[in-house]
Design a protein around this ligand. Structure first.
Ligand code: VG1
Ligand code: CO
Length: 543
């Protein structure tokens, strides 16, 4: 086996976004593109010599080829061991768990998460640190710096490594350990939740439908929900990971998981439905005729997590990303829990979890998780919900009704404008920034602005500062509109507008969110000039 040094030069734009580097697949497949970025990761973490890493991905197109390249580069650079999921597959939360239980020096996850996959769609690579979490900004900045100075990379010339057979092989001096990607994760879930209670619920005729959206959670959900917990075969649908996710968009929300929504709102709907995303860290929860917004799900899990064995001792605190609704804050206030507000992206929860300040975390984008790993975790959320339903004997709708009766309801919706012209999107944000002083006191669509600013975060654990994390407009009476540009897209800009209003009137808990938020929506448009500046009549996606 020959080890060679390949000359290369920096490639523009290899800057990790909200969660790793995501680009069109053909960009990633271009000359040196993947190799440059992988080398930058290695350089950014001080080299891989003597280290142990985890490697896995969500199975999207190019996942298998990319894995071979990463293995050859690691072997050429003295890496001691790579623990790789069978067929280079591993969900993001399972990879986080593997990094932790094997105490590795980190891991590389090949995924563009909820972005579609295929030759014409998206691919991505991210590095997770030894705590199992996405690399914090200090590390991604070092990686980005390395992409700008790279001149060469070392790689082995070798045959492909067999990743289908479990067990250990060698690539030069490096051990390649092919593992079952599901087993350790399933064992962790069994420790956290009352599997007997959930199995009893299912045995009693409680029907579930889990939509894996042709992505990585298929094998996990089959093993856990059907094989261990006894849900009837067929409860898990779209369960075989496919390189293009069946031509779909593996993002669990009412738009992209419409097939599931139709079943859950149709005749003879099951009691409980759920879906996950490309890499298995997101979740959508829907009862019979009852969609649960992710912000409500976080609040409801925070209020009831103690019903599951893994959280019986109570929570140390909770955290949510800034654009996530304040529903969880109301739970925290009533229960006397610390509540943290972080920028968007799971990497900002890592320090709080490591320091034992928060147990549950969540984002409005269908991400919930806890200190059991350092990523959000789709199936974990599904199992916690099932555990709570088994313990209370309530339906999803009853859980929501009781929650709103106790804590009030934070009506919430996110409007996404996708593929917007970059300059138009930046212009919209800049225009808002320039008006922070003049907006308070002005009225738009009947709502008066109380505050206007741009969110910045000072990490309470390591003191790091992150600026420019989203523009917040607060209205008198408690409503809110937040404006942010996405950091995970690959074409143009995606403008996200997050809309929220608190309702404490018991007679008004069952309104359609779009209708309940109509004046906040109109005010947000009037303040930012969304339709005028983007040329769009309405959002592409409302969740
Ligand atoms: C989006 C979500 C954010 C999430 C991120 C990664 O980021 O809004 O909450 O953490 O995706 O999730 P952005 O920058 O596009 O708003 V995943 O499941 O795609 O890793
Ligand atoms: Co994801």
């Amino acid at each position: 086996m020959e080890r060679i040094t390949v000359q290369t030069q920096p490639i523009e734009g290899q800057k990790p976004g909200t969660s790793g580097l995501r680009k069109k697949t053909d960009v990633f497949m271009g000359p040196h593109y993947l190799e440059n970025f992988v080398q930058a990761i290695f350089t950014g973490i001080g080299g891989v010599e003597g280290k142990t890493l985890v490697l896995g991905g969500d199975g999207r197109y190019f996942n298998d080829r990319a894995a071979q390249v990463i293995l050859r580069m690691a072997a050429a650079q003295g890496c001691a061991r790579i623990i790789v999921g069978q067929n280079a597959l591993m969900s993001t939360p399972a990879a986080s768990n593997m990094i932790r239980i094997r105490q590795t020096d980190g891991g590389i996850i090949m995924s563009a998460s909820h972005n579609p996959g295929g030759p014409k769609e998206d691919f991505g690579v991210k590095f997770n640190t030894p705590n199992g979490g996405p690399a914090p900004e200090e590390v991604t900045n070092r990686i980005f710096d390395a992409t700008r100075t790279i001149g060469s990379y070392d790689i082995l010339v070798s045959e492909d490594i067999d990743l289908a057979t479990l067990g250990e092989t060698r690539l030069a001096d490096m051990v390649v350990e092919v593992v079952d990607p599901v087993a350790d994760y399933a064992a962790l879930m069994e420790k956290l939740f009352d599997f007997d209670a959930i199995a009893g619920l299912l045995k009693g005729g409680f029907r579930i439908r889990f939509d894996a959206m042709h992505a990585i959670t298929g094998p996990y959900a089959k093993a856990i929900l059907e094989e261990r917990l006894g849900a009837p075969a067929g409860s898990v649908v779209n369960a075989v990971p496919s390189p293009d996710f069946g031509g779909g968009h593996p993002d669990p929300n009412p738009i992209w998981a419409k097939e599931l929504m139709d079943v859950m709102y149709g005749d003879d709907a099951p009691d409980f439905g759920a879906a996950s995303d490309g890499d298995g860290d997101r979740n959508m929860i829907v009862g019979r005729g009852a969609y649960v917004t992710p912000s409500d799900s976080l609040a409801l899990l925070a209020a009831n997590a103690h019903l599951a064995p893994g959280y019986a001792a109570g929570l140390k605190g909770v955290a949510r990303s800034m654009p996530t609704s304040g529903a969880v804050d109301r739970v925290a206030a009533k229960r006397g829990l610390d509540c943290y507000e972080t920028p968007t992206g799971w990497k900002f929860f890592g320090n709080l979890l490591d320091a034992g300040r928060a147990t549950l975390c969540g984002e409005e984008s269908a991400g919930t998780g806890s200190d059991h790993v350092r990523e959000k975790d789709g199936l974990w959320a599904v199992l916690l919900w099932l555990n709570i339903l088994a313990a209370t004997g309530k339906s999803v709708q009853q859980m929501l009704d009781d929650h709103w009766a106790e804590f009030g309801r934070n009506y919430y919706s996110r409007h996404d404008y996708e593929g917007v012209d970059n300059a138009a999107a930046e212009g919209l944000m800049d225009n808002l920034r320039a008006r922070f002083d003049s907006l308070p006191g002005q009225s738009f669509a009947g709502r008066t602005v109380a505050s206007a600013d741009e969110f910045a975060y000072d990490d309470p654990v390591d003191g790091s500062h992150s600026a420019g994390q989203g523009i917040r407009i607060g209205f008198e009476g408690g409503g809110r509109a937040v404006f942010r540009l996405s950091g995970t897209g690959t074409v143009g800009a995606t403008l996200r507008v997050y809309l929220e209003d608190l309702c404490e009137d018991p007679a008004a808990m069952h309104r359609d969110p779009q209708e309940a938020l109509s004046d906040i929506i109109a005010a947000a448009d009037a303040i930012a000039g969304i339709s005028e500046r983007t040329g769009r009549n309405g959002p592409d996606v409302r969740t």
